[in-house]
Design a binder for this molecule. Sequence first.
Ligand code: ASP
Length: 328
Amino acid sequence: MRAVIHSLCVLLCWGFASVGAQTFPLKDKPITLVVPFTAGGPTDRLARDMAEALRKPLGGATVVVENALGAGGAIATQKVARAAPDGHTLLIHHIGMATMPALIRKPSFDVLNDFEYLGMIHEVPMTIVGRASLEANDYKQLSAWVATQKDKVNLGNAGIGSASHLCGLLWQSAMRTEMTTIQYKGVSMAMTDLLGGQIDVLCDQTTNTLTYIESKKVKAYAVTSNKHLSQAALKDLPTLQEAGLKGFQVSVWHGVYAPKGLPEQTKAKLYGALRTVFSDPRFIQKQEALGAVMVIDKRTDPVEHKKFVAAEIAKWTPIIKAAGVYAD
Ligand code: ASP
């Protein structure tokens, strides 16, 4: 009798699971990639490349990008945490997943427990850039200018919790200078103001800065990686460590997250489609041309990705707490 009940259950369970698998993706529901920052910025650009490339491995599904702005990424993160776990709403976020828990006083979500992790995508070094009209021509001159101008220097960022915010905090603390911080809802807006000369400096991902550096619309001073970068316009820039800021290293990783409770088969289908995209030579070439480095190690695995984020939270929390910055 027990054996009969067991086989019945196996059949039924398998039956339910395969119905779930068949129904994802639903024909009449688009898959929405929720981006926490403005259109035209590095996270948005990555999501749009993904939206285009995901269509085919998901059987021709419609994939759209939604920019849910505000609170340095918390609005988008909360939106996805509360969305139906049907695979149709995904969050494309970055190192902010690890800095938000320390930067937001009362987060309405738990980054480790409210999400299904779907693996890391790529890592991006950052560049310290300045408006084209700055007199400083190298990092040493920039640093001397900042030291004399102090809070007269306007430093842009993409809001509390963004990568540019984190980098700016670390940079000010390493230089022992407080600049005036101007916050935007995405680094594409900060870049517009840097190009217009309304702000002076920005620490931003190379996926956003490279083309402006190449066209000499902004000046580049240093990189946040621990080694020199290979792109022609970046290869002569010192690392911030070489420029005298001991231990300074920031790498902006991006990952994919779904609301907790995703059915296993939907998760497997999504994960498979994402891996197809991330190993597509055209997709890789687009990311690497802008200085991103695809993650090809164990962090592409959901379990390892989550462990890595937990380690990043442990790494950044004391640094952020010491800097004393919070958002409500
Ligand atoms: N990734 C953000 C954006 O796309 C910028 C940042 O985090 O600094 O605007």
